[in-house]
Design a protein around this ligand. Structure first.
Ligand SMILES: C[S@@+](CC[C@H](N)C(=O)[O-])C[C@H]1O[C@@H](n2cnc3c(N)ncnc32)[C@H](O)[C@@H]1O
Length: 236
């Protein structure tokens, strides 16, 4: 039986909190630094806040990068968003919802808002400055590839680079079609090999950057070990 949307989100949230537990393990001093690319109305930002509260005594900060704006003029972004989402962003309501939601959740004090596109903001952030970088912005191939390239140097040794919406691995899908769809900037399509709906841009960009990755549901991650990236084992 297919998972409901609620089950998928609950599983994702459990995995994100487990990421915080992993990087917080044995840390007593430095605050944990989390960077999120794509925050929308704050659901995942609030989960990071809960993770810091539960696993790091609240010691840490979450930097949220999102333009919260219409995508016109920014090639590729529109392909990720359906019209309702884009209207919500363009009207300013999404940003207002984000602010209200993080305030209601008691998370606002631990969040730094960086309003802008990842291509503009990520190059200004410190290399090795983050324990977790989470990519959930524009899901087109070109942008996920850029986000991975900009994000990787920002992760400290032992930290995690992770993201959302990896429904199908490149090894599992119809690869010729995945390449074609990613090239066309397709957002969400059905893969004939698995029968699953998926984001070909995420599938191809993650595969080209890392090869195989750890995955739990739709969430993927890799851990930095010096100059290498290794798969991640989470506590049960
Ligand atoms: C899937 S939603 C994020 C959902 C959020 N992470 C959550 O789970 O609650 C994607 C978000 O990415 C943002 N976005 C799109 N292109 C972006 C870019 N180039 N840089 C940063 N954010 C971007 C959109 O404005 C939108 O809010």
């Amino acid at each position: 039986m297919a998972n409901s949307a609620e089950q998928i989100v609950a599983r994702r949230n459990h995995v994100l909190r487990s990421f915080v537990a992993l990087v917080a393990n044995g840390r007593t001093q430095d605050p944990i630094q989390i960077l999120e690319v794509g925050s929308m109305i704050g659901e995942s930002a609030i989960v990071w806040h809960q993770g810091l509260r539960d696993h790091a005594a609240g010691r840490g900060r979450i930097t949220c990068v999102d333009p919260w704006a219409a995508y016109e003029g920014k090639a590729g972004v529109g392909q990720q968003l359906d019209n309702d989402q884009n209207r919500h962003l363009a009207s300013g309501e999404a940003f207002a919802d984000f602010q209200r939601n993080i305030t209601d959740a008691g998370a606002a004090a631990s969040i730094d808002i960086r309003r802008g596109f990842s291509d503009d903001i990520l190059p200004t952030l410190p290399h090795g400055g983050f324990d977790i970088v989470y990519i959930d912005g524009d899901h087109s191939y070109a942008q996920v590839r850029e986000d991975l390239a900009h994000a990787a140097p920002l992760v400290r040794d032992g930290g995690l680079l992770c993201g959302d919406d990896l429904e199908v691995l490149f090894a599992e899908c119809n690869q010729a079609l995945c390449l074609k769809w990613a090239e066309l900037g397709a957002e969400y399509v059905r893969d004939p090999a698995t029968g699953l709906g998926y984001h070909p841009g995420v599938t191809l960009a993650v595969f080209r950057h890392f090869g195989d990755v750890s995955r739990w549901g739709l969430t993927w991650a890799m851990q930095r070990r010096g100059d290498r990236w290794v798969k991640v084992t989470l506590a049960a």
